[in-house]
Structures are given as structure tokens and as C-alpha cells.
Design a binder for this molecule. Sequence first.
Ligand code: ATP
Ligand code: MG
Length: 565
Amino acid sequence: MRWSRAFIPTLREDPAEAEAISHRLMVRAGLVRQLAAGIYVYLPMGQRVIDKINRILREEIDAIGGQEMTMPVLHPAEIWQTSGRWHDIKEEMFRLKDRNQRDMCLGMTHEEVIAWLASREIRSYRELPQIWYQIQTKERDEARPRSGVLRTREFWMKDSYTLDVDEAGLGKAYDLHKEAYARIFGRCGLTFYVVESDPGMMGGAGAHEFMAPSPAGEDEIARCPACGYAANIELARSVPAPTPAAAGPREEVATPGVRTIAELAGFLGVEPAQTIKTLLSVAPDGPVLVLVRGDQQLHEKKLARLLKAEVRPAHPDEVRETLGAPVGSVGPMGARVPILADEALRDGVYVAGANREGYHLRGVRPGTDFTVTTFADLHVAQAGEGCPQCGKPIVVERVIEVGNIFKLGTKYSVPLKAVYLDEHGRERPIVMGSYGIGPARIAAAAIEQHHDADGIIWPWAIAPLQVHILPVNVKDAAMLETAEALGRDLQAAGLETLLDDRDERPGVKFKDADLLGLPIRVTVGALLAREGKVEVRTRRERQDIPVPAAAVVERVRELAERLAR
Ligand code: ATP
Ligand code: MG
């Protein structure tokens, strides 16, 4: 490819409002343009990256028996009404009406279509298992489309769905995907963790997320470097340090003006871990009192999972009405609502609110001095706390979710009547799994993980092109001719080349080369006339190696082999 004829609109300046590095670099390197919030045009270089990722996706999903198909973006409302998601999903779904006023929506995901298809086409256990997949556009009216292509309102997804006769079959299909996903992200050059994830409000049989560590991520995970335990922070468990021992009888103490845990601990000269944080939450069945240790934070998703319902913090008036005291003085003693306490409070003696304005109680023993309805894991796992498996300190990291696998069970097959006849002629629901990957998120995550101050450093397998040939001065006939000849030879050797044949200042061309970040660069400059040599470098190392023009193909091949590993 010749740059002079190509459409690679690089920019000198960062686009306004672009915070994530991948966002800035993808716009500046001429990979994408934003049409509207969360809606992007993929320019030729961006498209090549997506195509390469999609090829890897197809190879790996085909290899586990996946069969590619294409399902529509436009869906009739009925299938979503039948599954219940027409109601459950709120603003994230794009809804519309056709000319006959029939409700329609744009597909956010395709479990319903798969179950609809299976309900019509699968008859017998002999036709199972099946792995169906597509690489198709999804439409979601995301609350906060941001960070460039990391979170957009229209995006591609490779989504696979497995159909099995039973849980054991699903287990196998799930493991096949888990292994294929690891190969996919590895081949795309990502560093990633496989973590336990929340299978959703209704329980569910299990789920994992594939997480690429990056400060640009919107998720957090806790993991244990010692034993490999890893989970999304939404369900990560941890063992906090034991509560420091406290002596003394139970007594009420005046704590005028004290509102926060820090103020309370300071005022009474105790550790925050020797206090109880009391929070009133409102669930659909009424208020519940939630207790965590003073040094801990409540994870609202853990609470919601325990209660199998959405919960919200009570308003200050509701707190006063229910407990007879303002927010800063409430505690569990004498409260007439169910009490849910974090596991860290099972042992120890604490300071808690007295349910009397301006007073606290010392010497409070949970489970002894008041009844705890349920002890459960409700706290946010924090760095340095003990691993739930081996006890060694955990770390907490920010990550980008690049893929996710999910045991659906019969959640969709039952309402949509996707059933089969088993060997005894009995009707049974098909057991399903679903598995998603966003190719654009892979591209952006790869840039987040592989870049420097000057631009992108593409992993070999997903680079838009492989070798950047840069004649420093195209008005020098020998330079241009050598560069063109090298381009032909490299292409003949099976390498993808970009020849920067623009009549631009060398500085501009070098800057653009670093920005676009092709893995290997061949610079044809002054050394050619002096020594008959050109310079070969990798984008990552940036060390020019003088190479005789005749030896370039061999040298590039060696580098390519190393980079492709
Ligand atoms: P998130 O929690 O980030 O919203 P999700 O749980 O909604 O993701 P899935 O529905 O499981 O994601 O989608 C599967 C994959 O599709 C994700 O792992 C991600 O790679 C990609 N993806 C999801 N939403 C978007 C989006 N808005 N923009 C780009 N890619 C996305
Ligand atoms: Mg989402």
C-alpha cells in the first residue's frame, strides 16, 4: 500500500474531550472518526485491525466446532416480551415501531433469537450439541458512551451460543469457550486475567470475564498473586485483618457533633475497625439494616444479590422515622428491622450508634447483644486483605472487560420453548450458554497496553499492516526506487507493507510512523548512498539496525518471526 494513495488521516493534535489513550491514538492515527456520541466510522486502517481480530475470532471459534451465521439487528418485540427482557431492560434498549405500529427493537444481544431458532429447528437430542456464532452489530443506548471505542452505542460483537442436552454438556461447551478465549486474547497480544463474574441477579450457574489490566478500564478485580484467585470486585471475597481486641463494659457515651466513622474513631481513641458502620437500605420488601465494620465499605451489588432485589440507601427522613435518630447516631441495638451484617463482624467488640442523637454505645457484641438475621459477605475487597483461598494478600486492579462467558442454563429456552426430545421421548429444555467478545474493545485494550508517548505499538497479529517503508526523501530517485523495490520484495515474501511515498518533511513522516505504530520500520535514508544500507527497527525497541538493501527481506523475516511469537 502506498501512503500517497491511501486514506490515513493522521492528526497532530489530540481530539478535544478524548481522555483514554486508546481514544486519542485511534483518532490521531486515522483509525476512526466519531459520527455522534458513541457512534464511530472505522477508516481503512481501523477496519484492517478489526478484520485481523475477526479472523482470529473465526479461527478459534471454528476450531471448537462453532458454525457462523448472521442474525438480524432489527428484532420483533415478541421474542423479547416472551423472555421478559422487553420489560426488564430499561433505557439501554433502542425501541421503535414499524409502519404498522408494531413494536420492534434493535438487538443488544441475541439469546432470544437463538432460543427462537432452536425452538423451531431442534427436535431431538440427536441434533445436540450445537455451537452457533456470529460477528454482528449490537445496538445499546449506553448511559455513558465514553473512552472512544471502549464503550460505544453501536459495536461489533462476536457472540456464540451453545445448545446442550444437560448441565454436563454445557460444562464442556463452557470450558471449550474458556480455552478458546484464552487463545484469542493471547494471540491478540493482550495481557489478561480470567476472573469469576456475577452471573446476574437471578443466580445462574456461573460466569467468567476476561479482563485486560489497564488504568482506562471501568471495572475492578481482586486477585491473589500467590494462588491465582481472581474475581470481579462485585463478588470478590477477602478476609480482612481480625478486629483489634477491645476491653471494657457496655456503656453509652456522649459523642456530640460526631458524624463519620473517622470522627468517631478519633473522638473515642479507637481504630475504625473497632466501630460498626450502620446503613439503612430500602428493599422492595421494606427497610433492612446493613452493618459493615468501620474500616470497610458496603458493596451494594453484594447486598442486592443477597436480597435478590434492587436496593437503595434510605433518605435521612426514612432513617429518622425507622430508627428514631439521625444518620450519624444510628446503630443495631433495639432496631426493629432485619439486620444483615458483614462476616467481619462475627467476632469482636465494637462501638456502634446508640439510636439516640449525639450518643454511641461501647462494648457492643454482634450476635450477642443484638440478633443478626444474616451474616454474609457484604464488604468491598480491599488490597492487602487476605485471599479467600490461601490467605496471602490480594491486589486490586483496574481492568477492561474484553470478553465474557456465561452459563445461561434454561433461562431463555423455557420461556421461548426451545425444547428437545430425549432418548426416552421426554420433552426437555435445551441448556444454553452465551459467550461474547467485542473486537473493537480488543483493539482499544491492545493500544492501552501497548503504546508510548509517540503512538501505538501494535502487537504483530492485529497490526493494520506489518512493515512501514520510509524513504526519507522521495525526490531522491535512488531512495524512492530502493524503497519501492523493497516493498515489492517484502510483499513477495508474504509481508504487508505501507510505503510512505509522500513528499513530506522527514520529521512529519517519522512522527506519523511512530503514531501509526506498525511493528517494523525500514528507513531508506542517507546510509543508502554512503554504504548501500537501509535501517531496520522494531516499533517497540526503536533501535535502528543498518542492513544491506539486499539482506532486508531476510532480516525483516527474522524480526517478524520473533514479533509473531
Ligand atoms: P460492560 O459491563 O462493559 O457493559 P457487558 O457485560 O454489557 O459489558 P456483554 O453484553 O457480555 O458485555 O458483551 C460482551 C462483550 O462485548 C464485552 O465483553 C465487550 O468486549 C463487548 N462490549 C459490550 N458492550 C460494549 C460497548 N458498549 N462497546 C464496545 N464493546 C462492548
Ligand atoms: Mg453493558
